[in-house]
Write a protein that binds this ligand. Structure first.
Ligand code: NAI
Length: 727
């Protein structure tokens, strides 16, 4: 079995079908590319073949390049990357020219692509090299070039081809933002040519017509605005002024891929097509060898996928969830009900009144209606999902549930009560999970008659959008409960991390110091604008003050009071409390009340900072250096992550990095806190931490683990990169 097969039809059309064995989606490897190359040669040489259609044997066309192959090429260094990329360039250029004389643009055989569904990355770069792209009318299909999201850019000719097809400005959103489209939108944007019910039949028909060159000249069908060999029109230069500003605005200079992409486009536009392809390959090689792309591919692709596939799942039989009982139909319970029912799981949604339970279910109705209006779902699907959710106050309905997820108020007494009521009904072997965000799992487990089957499954809000789920093992939690939680997370298609029970678990534990550091700076007289910009320039999606407005200031007050009660005299965050307690006193509870650190308009859109900030905490005459602010914000999070590893709360740095990016948006370009510390190097990181500690207090003291690593010249990925190991 090979990745591609070819069938030559009696009508003279050779159909090449991509169907990688034992994979749900096609991905391209260099071996696969060699097979395709052989078929193209054969079909072009065979006089009986009039034209070629390239399609897929799966419901989608392709997910892209096999990133493990890319990672392998990197190990061979820049030359191996460049050679690998040029192999793909030669193949795609061969498909594009299809035997045509490049000077006269005469001859050649028409080649069309037929996409049954999703086509991403090289899965679109390949079709872009064909003469016409037909896609099935499948609104669920995603078409685009998402490479930029993992810190690279389309390097197999996709950049050069898309720019020649759409112009630099037209291609920019697809290349620079990795924007994905359904086929209808992809067609109106010019990414593909036709949306049809049966793409293979339409492609075949087109190929036969195009083979008669009087009807359709294959090369003309390319529609390039800048055909190879012609100099680029001077007016186009203006495009780059705009695009360059856009790149800078969007990437703030921390993502090397965007800048390199723009250079490839700019330089490529001046030269003939083949030279432009070589320029693209060089810039691609350059980006791929950059530490940021290494870190991003590692965390956002390889390790994320390993965790999703159960890298840390204990040995246990299949624990697929069939019926889940959700206690509490509030914001979280309603969201968990939605994602579960979407995954085909039966849901019993319990609240203390029928109205509250019904309201919880109607949350799903709202999300599905929105999806239907965007053509992302259908009435039929909606009816199926809603039929799976039973809202009720009756605990007897929990009979037969194999998993319970408790999401009632954050109150141990109420949680204990509902735990007992549910456990009286559910089967002996059912697993009980709590979605608590602040209460220790081992304490809550005391209300349960099955502490080895009691676990934390911590979702993030909004549940339907957030990709991470944190699974928390209590002291007594057994392996079957962990396996169940992991299987549930796989069913609802999210990414899991598994951590041990400790205050605020992992994600919140690291995000709180980030928020607190930002607030503390306000109290010190650092300009709030400077604080927010410093964070964003480091690649944090939200500055600390915006983040606290989003999560709400009363939550901050609640956490501060609880922490103070737990820590007593050693409580270090008095300066932070002074600020948030004052905002809370004035009713400025964050975006939900349209007033927090920021002012908001009636529609909830963020305006400037609240003017009261500068009267309460006047800005100091001398402001700190940008780098110092950035170090405070980044080390606040990263040192906490190291402590979590040192204490064994985190058992695997891959979980620490993936969880940080997906859970709270830790600067993705860095690959996560451990990736970032590795980029700095343990010695430098340790020295910066000690400087910060001397100036701002012991919260920045370098953990022993980091100091050990500095002394030995170790890196986190060097030491712990391959999986679970206690620090
Ligand atoms: P919520 O206040 O929106 O919902 C709680 C629901 O529980 C309400 O509908 C309430 O009527 C119901 N409830 C209360 N007592 C009950 C009882 N005895 N029997 C049945 N239902 C009862 O709260 P939210 O935000 O959904 O939080 C729920 C849990 O999830 C809490 O433990 C919270 O800490 C946790 N959590 C919250 C996150 C957030 O961002 N809001 C994030 C992650 C976890």
């Amino acid at each position: 079995m090979t990745d591609f097969t070819m069938q030559k039809g009696a009508d003279g059309v050779a159909i090449i079908t991509w169907d990688v064995p034992a994979k749900s989606m096609n991905v391209l490897s260099l071996d696969g590319a060699a097979v395709l190359d052989g078929f193209i040669d054969e079909a072009l040489a065979d006089e009986a073949v009039k034209g070629i259609v390239i399609t897929s044997g799966k419901k989608d066309f392709a997910a892209g390049m096999d990133l493990n192959v890319i990672a392998g090429m990197k190990e061979g260094g820049a030359t191996s990357v460049f050679d690998g990329v040029m192999t793909l360039h030669h193949l795609l250029r061969k498909i594009e020219l299809a035997g045509m004389d490049p000077k006269t643009k005469k001859g050649g055989k028409p080649i069309a692509s037929a996409l049954p569904g999703t086509a991403l990355g090289i899965g679109l770069e390949l079709p872009l090299a064909t003469h016409r792209i037909f896609a099935a009318d499948n609104p669920k299909a995603k078409i685009g070039l998402p490479e930029i999201m993992v810190g690279i850019f389309p390097g197999a000719g996709g950049t050069t081809r898309l720019v020649r097809k759409l112009g630099a400005m037209g291609a920019a959103p697809f290349l620079l933002e990795g924007k994905l489209n359904d086929p209808a939108k992809a067609k109106s944007a010019g990414l593909i040519d036709e949306v049809v019910p049966d793409p293979v039949a339409s492609a075949r028909e087109w190929v036969l017509k195009a083979a008669d060159a009087d009807l359709v000249k294959p090369w003309d069908a390319k529609g390039y605005k800048m055909p190879g060999g012609e100099p680029y029109h001077p007016a186009g230069f203006m495009t780059f002024v705009g695009a360059s500003a856009m790149v800078h605005g969007k990437t703030l200079g921390v993502y090397p891929a965007a800048k390199a992409l723009l250079s490839a486009v700019y330089e490529g536009a001046m030269v003939p097509f083949d030279a432009a392809l070589r320029i693209e390959a060089r810039w691609f090689t350059n980006v791929l060898m950059n530490p940021s792309s290494t870190a991003m591919i590692r965390s956002l692709f390889i390790n994320k996928e390993a965790l999703e596939k159960g890298a840390n799942r204990p040995e246990a039989p299949d624990q697929t969830v069939r019926k889940v009982g959700i206690l509490g139909a509030g914001m979280m319970g309603a969201g968990i009900a939605y994602v579960s029912a979407m995954a085909g799981i039966e849901v019993v949604l319990i609240d203390s009144t029928q109205e509250a339970a019904d309201r919880g279910k109607s949350y799903s109705t709202g999300l599905l209606d929105k999806a239907i209006s965007r053509r992302k779902s259908t009435e039929e699907k909606k009816a199926g999902v809603l039929a799976r959710i039973t809202p009720t106050t009756d605990y007897a309905a929990l009979q037969g549930c194999d998993l319970i997820v408790e999401a009632v108020f954050e109150d141990p007494a109420i949680k204990a009560e509902v735990t007992k009521k549910a456990e009286a009904v559910i089967p002996q072997d059912a697993i009980f999970a709590t979605n608590t965000s602040t209460l220790p799992i081992s304490e809550l487990a005391k209300a349960s008659g099955r502490s080895d089957q009691f676990i934390g499954i911590h979702f993030f809000s909004p549940v339907d959008k957030m990709l991470l789920v944190e699974i928390i093992k209590g002291q007594a939690t057994g392996p079957r409960a962990v396996a169940k939680a992991l299987d549930f997370v796989r069913q609802i298609r999210k990414t899991p991390i598994v951590v041990n029970d400790a205050r605020f678990f992992y994600a919140n534990r690291c995000i709180i110091p980030y928020i607190n550091e930002g607030i503390r700076m306000v109290a010190e007289g650092v300009s709030p604008t400077l604080i927010e910009n410093a964070a964003k320039l480091m690649g944090m999606p939200l500055g600390p003050l915006q983040l606290v407005d989003e999560t709400s200031i009363d939550l901050g007050v609640k956490i501060a009071k609880a922490t103070r009660a737990a820590m007593g005299d050693s409580y270090p965050d008095g300066a932070v409390d002074e600020v948030i307690f004052k905002l809370a006193d004035q009713g400025r509870l964050g975006r939900k009340v349209k007033a927090g650190f920021f002012d908001y308009d009636d529609a909830g859109r963020r305006q400037g900072f609240w003017s009261g900030l500068s009267t309460e905490w006047p800005e100091a005459d001398t402001q700190p250096e940008l780098t110092e602010i950035q170090h405070r914000l980044m080390f606040a999070q990263s040192l906490e992550a190291v402590r979590a590893l040192e204490e064994g709360v985190l058992e695997d740095i891959r979980e620490g990095d993936v969880g940080a990016i997906l859970g709270w948006g830790f600067a993705p370009w860095s690959g996560g806190p451990f990736g970032w510390l590795d980029m700095l190097g343990a010695a430098r990181a340790s020295a910066i931490a000690e400087d910060l500690a001397a100036k701002f207090g012991p919260r920045f003291a370098a953990p022993q683990l980091l100091r050990d690593m500095a002394a030995k010249g170790d890196s986190f990925y060097g030491r712990f990169g391959t999986g679970k190991q206690a620090a």
